[in-house]
Structures are given as C-alpha cells and as structure tokens.
Design a protein around this ligand. Sequence first.
Ligand SMILES: [Mn+2]
Length: 338
Amino acid sequence: MNYPESQLVLDEIKKAKRILLNCHTNPDADSVASAFALNEVLKVHFEKDVTIIYPDGLPENTMFIKDSLEGEVVLKKIDFNTFNFSEYDLFIALDSSSWDRVRGGGNNEKIDIKTIVIDHHHTNTRFGKINIVDDAMSSTAELLYFIFNDWGINPDGEFNYSFYQTALLTGIINDTECFRTKVADSKTMKVVSDLMRYSSKDLIIQNLYQSNSVTTLKSVSDMLANISMDESNNFCYTYINYEEYVKNNLESFAKDMVADFFINSVNKTDFGFIAVEKQKNEISVSFRARTDFDTSVIAMELGGGGHKIRSAATLRNIKFEDALDKILSTCRKYASNN
Ligand SMILES: [Mn+2]
C-alpha cells in the first residue's frame, strides 16, 4: 500500500452509486486530466454513475484526452449555489487545496456532501472526510497513479487495463512543465516511463504545447509588454490591467504560457509573477520560481496558495494599482529575507 487511506477511499467508492468529480476553478491540465483518469476507472472498472462538475470553462487543449478513454465522460459546468448535490452520494475533490479552489469566486463555504480530497498541494487545508494529500507528488495525476496501484489497477494487474494512462501522463507533463521542474524527480520519471508503455508522450506534448493559435501568441506578447525586473530583489514581473485585457481581446490561456515559459526564465532571478485583471477589481497573480525560492509563502499571504515552485492568488475588490503595490511589497518582504 502506498497510502493507508486508499482502502478507505475505495470503500466509500464501492458504497456510492452516483459520484461527482471536480475540475477546479481556472482549471489546468492536471485538474482536467485527473478528473478524466478517475472518471475512467470509476466508470469502466467500478461501473459507477460519474459526473465531472466545474465552475469555469475547461481548457480546449485537454479535450484530446477524451479520445483515449473507453468510458463516457459527462461534463457539467455548474453554479455551486444552485446545483442539487443531494442527488449524489460522494464528491471527490481533485487537485484543489481548499473549497475556494473547488467552487471559485472566493467562496469557501462547504457543501453538504461526503467529500474525499485527493491533492498534491503543500497548502492543502484537508477539507474532506478522507484526505490523501502528498506534496511530494509532481501532480494529482501522479498521486492517482499510486492510488490506482493500491486498488490493484495497473496494466500488469488482474484487471489488465490501460485506457486511463494518457490522462495521467498529461497531468504529469503539465505540472512538471514538460519535465523541467525539480519536482520531476527520478520517482516521477519512473512513473512516466511506465505510463509511456500505453500512452504517447509526443501526442500529449503536441496538444499541450504545440497547438497554439497565432491569437494566443499575440496575447502572450501583449502580456509580456510590461515586463520589468526588480534587480535588488531578484525577481521579474509583468501585468495586464482590465482595460488592456479587454482592448487587446486577450486569451486567459496565454497567462499560463507566460507563467510556465517566460517569468521563470530570466537570468539572475529567483522567481517571477504575472498579474492579470480579467474582471474589474479582481486580479489573479501566478508565481513561478526559477530557484529553490518558496513562492507559496507570498501566495499565502495574498490569500492564495500552491507549491514552492508554482503558486497563485486572487485579490478581490481592490483597484488594480493597489493590488500591484500589495503584490510587489509582499514579494519584496519575502525576497529580502532570502
Ligand atoms: Mn496539480
């Protein structure tokens, strides 16, 4: 057994008839891929009625995963305030460090349904009845790989089943930023090597990183237009306010590209951030570390969370200039301590 709680989770799954899985707010490929992989196992192996729910739209570049699956995927964009949870027996929250990440909109209010939490975020608040949280995992997808093994589900096991593997590998590739981050250690690479027997790494990379539109790249360019360097504190940053966001018709997906590929790529920096005001007076900021610097302490002080190397926060009901000042002063507070 990799995790003692795996059996408890399995017992709850076996008891349940109708199960909800989630993709978190502003979903990334690990969130979507983890939900698809678990959906597949619950549907095909355990023959459960499963629905994947989420508060925001899903990234288009993850939809290719569906072609690798055998089981049907039921996707439902819901309003958490009006959705009838009483029709379901179990809710499995994936890749979400708190209820706020599950529901979005800064709402941390719990919902009356038996909840299991499966996550790899360092800042997880353990809001479930059962929680499997392991921040040594590169991704929720990697964590699911070990949980599936605890359940006896792997291509070499009795079940002899591999259709969930493309989904798991997609989550790992996304959260390791294509194997570049430290969290992609030898343990992760062993998992990757195993998953590659039944899934195509090249297909995943093409879909995640080589299927951009020119419009996306133009958005990236606009988002990088304000890039600046704080040389005395060893970080760089860029930002887009609401007026620029609307005027240039920017794609929110481009923010992830800027975060994953640009703000952590500047020489002589420990970290970088991008702050975007997609809605008036609501600023989301993503941090990425280039060194061992812990960005999650900054994100947490701003009301968010995440990992040392990747973290995020959303500042609400605050003017853009004030939000940027607050982010910069929090960065300087922790940067000068390092
Ligand atoms: Mn993740």
